[in-house]
Design a protein around this ligand. Sequence first.
Ligand code: ATP
Ligand code: MG
Length: 173
Amino acid sequence: MPDRAATLCFTTHTPEATEALGEAVGRLLHVGDLLALHGPLGSGKTCLVRGVARGLGARGRVASPTFILARHHPGPVPLYHADAYRLSSAADLLDAGLDDWLSTAAVAVEWAERVIEALPADRLDIRFDVLPEGRRVEVSAAGARSRSILEALRLADLGPRDLDLAVERCADS
Ligand SMILES: Nc1ncnc2c1ncn2[C@@H]1O[C@H](COP(=O)(O)OP(=O)(O)OP(=O)(O)O)[C@@H](O)[C@H]1O
Ligand SMILES: [Mg+2]
């Protein structure tokens, strides 16, 4: 179980709300920050990254990078959006240039559990569960930098700008 103080949990009822949550996270990220995304097919990982790119001010259409391993989105804080679904080992992600990406951009990795050994320990892990009413999204931090992002997210204004964008905090966070 992750330490409660280092975990925040949200429920999103629509894809737009998941994007809005991603946008709030994106606004807090700097070069070198890593988001590790976990969750089944179609659970909302790419959807959240679309919001992250918007929050960063990174350009280009965010789509699943499944067939190209990673997409680069230039911007004030650039984004590398990677998908480890088809990788067979963590070494493949290092070979693809993870360390270079982290030195120039924020990085989001879908199917992070497949390459977990390659990822920095200080990262935000974002876990998706599919619920009848939408998605449960748990954000946890495991280091000094990621905890400071999480604390800022705890205080961030997540709307609701209107009902479709509403992101609910789970009762325990
Ligand atoms: N609350 C919600 N948040 C996110 N997506 C939702 C929500 N409700 C429904 N959806 C739908 O779920 C799908 C999420 O797709 P998305 O591509 O983001 O998933 P993914 O986790 O990246 O999948 P994959 O593992 O194939 O990469 C979209 O079709 C979206 O419209
Ligand atoms: Mg995806």
